[in-house]
Write a protein that binds this ligand. Sequence first.
Ligand code: PMP
Length: 358
Amino acid sequence: MTKIYNFSAGPAVLPKPVLERAQAEMLDWHGSGMSVMEMSHRGKEFTSILAKTEADLRKLLDVPKNYKVLFLQGGAIAENAIIPMNLLNGGEADYVVTGAWSKRSVEDANAYGKINLVASSEADGFTNVPAYSTWKLNKNAAYLHICTNETINGVEFDGLPDAGDVPIVADMSSHILSRPIDVTKYGVIYGGAQKNIGPAGLCIVIVREDLLDRASPLTPAVFNWKTQSENQSMINTPPTYSIYIAGLVFEWLLAQGGVSAIEQVNIQKANLLYDYIDSTDFYINNVAVHNRSRMNIPFFLADESLNDAFLKGAEAKGLLQLKGHRMVGGMRASIYNAMPIEGVQALVSYMQEFEKAH
Ligand code: PMP
């Protein structure tokens, strides 16, 4: 069988040792006689899994004590509405739009209060993060929302703006754990799991404690971060199996040397692909160099009539899910933590071969 490399944007490739361990533990977790899927979320087995998963995530991201970590259902799109429910309470918030996902965040928040669009790169086709000096920030904003890695457009923040006392709320769905971050610079960090963390169905929210008292009284208990944090994310049944797999991914990442070590590999992988794209006119990536995502790399063939042939040839070589998002077109290679460098090498070799043949 051809070796497969899966470049899907999410749900996405997971580390093979994690899947093997899940397989080995599928029917009988640590002598419990049960699959994790069958366990009560309140039983001692699962609560130990949850505690270890949270501890390992805290270790990986160096999360300070005054931040709560929540394991919730609903994904990042649900959080788009849950954020204003928890933080806005009739006030106003600043949003920066750097791609399809932050644009969606504005649409989802609009119903909950006054949403200020303080910067946007839409007119540039979402190919950059507007210079921080041009952002029209409001001192009275309840928070500033950004998406630090745009999965569809392949735009990643380098550094952070100075928002003063306004807490920064960041959607990190598609690059969380790919590089070290300074959690203290954020009020809230959130992300769906199905890219760098684990299976779909789990959303991780890291929230500074002093922000837990601001929810609108209309916020349902399951969506209220304070209520969830006081109940170990168990006001409702949490996505137990997704949490278990996330825990295995965190253990794997720690064994790789943590986020600083994986960052070095991620830089190598991204450079391999961008350097090749930039070396030829055959392929094009339009994103400003300092904002190019290390995780999601969209590219176009100069001659788009070759798109179908490119994808067909890639699939024959086991290079899967390279078709670009329907909003952008072209191609996209998502190269999350679990994508081995051999996968990127195989992709670049194929791109070179395809260029020669056409
Ligand atoms: N934000 C970003 C940056 C994403 O990449 C995605 C999913 N691709 C979402 C939000 C939405 O996530 P979900 O479908 O899990 O709600």
